[in-house]
Design a protein around this ligand. Structure first.
Ligand code: CU
Length: 538
């Protein structure tokens, strides 16, 4: 590893090796709310993005290179990409240009992002913190150039963030197609239409989960072992849902980092993490282990081959990269959002009727439903449980070992297999909440957690490995053991289970809920069933 120089101060003493030229890289950075940017600052930011976009994809400080570091579809050419990608993706991403970067370099530094399942670690927040710092270094070099060119003061010292809790509507600077007759580099036509039009905002998860005890108790998987820590609750409901609601490039892991709003979203996620880290310094996150701290990530900084190496340990206490080096103009926790009212079950769209054979181990307890299309209206799928399987279902939660037989079930789950996102689903993006046995009549003040078993978002379902899933299909599994045991404590094993997919409703500029527009299918599910197993491990 090349280490040409070290930055003096906290960063170097924290063990980060880097080599940056220019004042912006070595000075303190302040990340400000985009809403506080003056017209001139927005202009500088826009020109800087344009500057980065115009650099060759082989240049590590270019927009294309930095975006590909996150993730990209490794297609050898535009012609090949066209087979798998929406045509609008090719208007933004030039796969021919990306393919010209040497293969060993692409393999070493690109497609490096870490999200929940790829692979299953808890470095989502730590990796993205280092990545954002790395991107920001290149951005600040470009904002300095842009400011000088425009004859404006250098007032930007960090990547702006978008606080979608305070302002759910996509910031204006990102929604204007043309600036003085030229295309606005912050505008991407391939997004959800209502988001781009500003007629609805993104849906944000209830950050009531920021209550410290709850946040420390989120299950996360580290080295194949489940521990309790912070990452989970911020990643899936907050991070993934915002990606999913913007749609288009942002809703696909391979393309997301090409939409300029990506960086403002990640700066806000980093800010939320910083808030939490500062509030919990007295209660250490037990998921942060010595192995976790030792994990290092390396980024290529410039064409001369200088490298930036950061460790997860540098990000762990909120004091190495932030706040000593990076500060935010506000570290105020979003207000407690009112609980989502309990929705009504949408109409039945499919029923499973025939029976699958039972074996030992993991079994289908209901038959498959074949090919269901889900629109904005959502839908309910009824899974009939045949009588032979009903008695087996009744063994769930058998605590007494003397009674527990080899065939007793230890867990049950609703399995959705072969989920594909349609072209409209790709453009619009979506978040569905998934409920079990949701009543068809409205029950005011009922607890949604009584029925909710999970969520399906377009970002978390996006297929990121074309070589292993050219069909672009994903799977989901929602464990319902506890809910079933509760039902069966009251009465016998059920004859059927209803699974409802409910499209989440966003707020408009007036703060009122905007019901989803009618749509064709946003996603298709090949197979839905109930599974049970006597395997002790889920
Ligand atoms: Cu992201």
């Amino acid at each position: 590893m090349k280490r040409r120089s070290l930055i003096k101060g906290t960063l170097a003493s924290a063990g980060l090796a880097c080599s940056y030229a220019g004042l912006a890289a070595t000075g303190n950075r302040q990340r400000r709310n985009i809403a506080s940017f003056s017209t001139d600052e927005v202009k500088i930011f826009r020109e800087a993005v344009l500057d980065m976009q115009s650099k060759s994809a082989a240049d590590p400080e270019s927009w294309n290179y930095l975006a590909a570091v996150h993730r990209y579809g490794p297609y050898p050419s535009n012609a090949e990409a066209q087979k798998y990608q929406h045509p609008d993706v090719l208007k933004t991403i030039d796969f021919d240009a990306l393919a010209k970067v040497p293969a060993d370099e692409r393999a070493k530094y690109w497609r490096a992002c870490i999200h929940h399942d790829h692979p299953a670690t808890s470095h989502f927040l730590s990796w993205h913190r280092l990545y954002l710092w790395h991107f920001e270094t290149a951005l600040l070099a470009s904002t300095d150039i842009a400011a000088a060119r425009l004859g404006l003061p250098r007032s930007i010292s960090g990547v702006p963030y978008w606080d979608y809790y305070a302002s759910p509507r996509l910031p204006d600077a990102f929604r204007i197609p043309l600036i003085s007759g030229r295309p606005n580099p912050l505008y991407v036509p391939y997004r959800n239409h209502a988001i781009n039009a500003g007629t609805k905002g993104v849906i944000t998860a209830d950050l009531d989960a920021f209550r410290m005890g709850d946040m420390l108790n989120q299950p996360i998987i580290i080295d194949g072992e489940t521990r309790r820590g912070f990452s989970g609750a911020l990643e899936k409901p907050v991070h993934d849902d915002v990606h999913s609601e913007i749609g288009g490039l942002m809703t696909n892991q391979n393309n997301a980092s090409w939409d300029p709003v990506f960086w403002l979203h990640h700066a806000n996620i980093d800010r939320l993490w910083t808030i939490w880290q500062q509030r919990t310094s007295a209660t250490p996150d037990t998921s942060i282990t010595p192995e976790w701290r030792r994990k290092t990530f390396t980024f290529k900084i410039n064409a001369a081959g200088a490298l930036f190496e950061g460790s997860a340990g540098n990000t762990a206490d909120g004091k190495s990269l932030a706040p000593n080096i990076v500060t935010y103009d506000s570290l105020v926790l979003p207000p407690k959002t009112p609980p989502t009212p309990l929705p009504k079950a949408p109409p039945v769209i499919a029923v499973a009727s025939s029976l699958s054979p039972m074996k030992n181990g993991t079994n289908a307890l209901t038959s498959d439903v074949r090919k269901v299309g889900v629109t904005n209206s959502g839908g309910t799928i009824t899974l009939n449980v045949p009588s032979a399987n009903r008695s087996r279902l009744g063994t769930l939660g058998n605590k007494s070992t003397s009674r527990a037989g080899a065939k007793d079930l230890t867990w049950a789950a609703v399995v959705l297999e072969g989920i594909s996102i349609t072209a409209q689903g790709q453009r619009d993006g979506f978040v569905y909440h998934v409920y079990m046995n949701l009543p068809a009549t409205h029950i005011p003040d009922a607890d949604p957690d009584m029925y909710k078993i999970g969520a399906l978002s377009s970002f978390s379902l996006s297929c990121v490995d074309p070589e292993i899933c050219t069909s672009g299909k994903a799977n989901a599994r929602f464990v319902i053991t506890e809910k079933l045991v509760k039902i069966m404590n009251d009465k016998k094993a059920p004859n059927s289970i209803d699974v409802s997919l409910v499209r989440m409703t966003a707020k408009g500029p007036d703060g009122k809920l905007v019901p989803p527009e009618p749509s064709s299918a946003l996603l298709e599910i090949t197979s839905i069933r109930l599974e049970g197993s006597n395997d002790p491990i889920m």
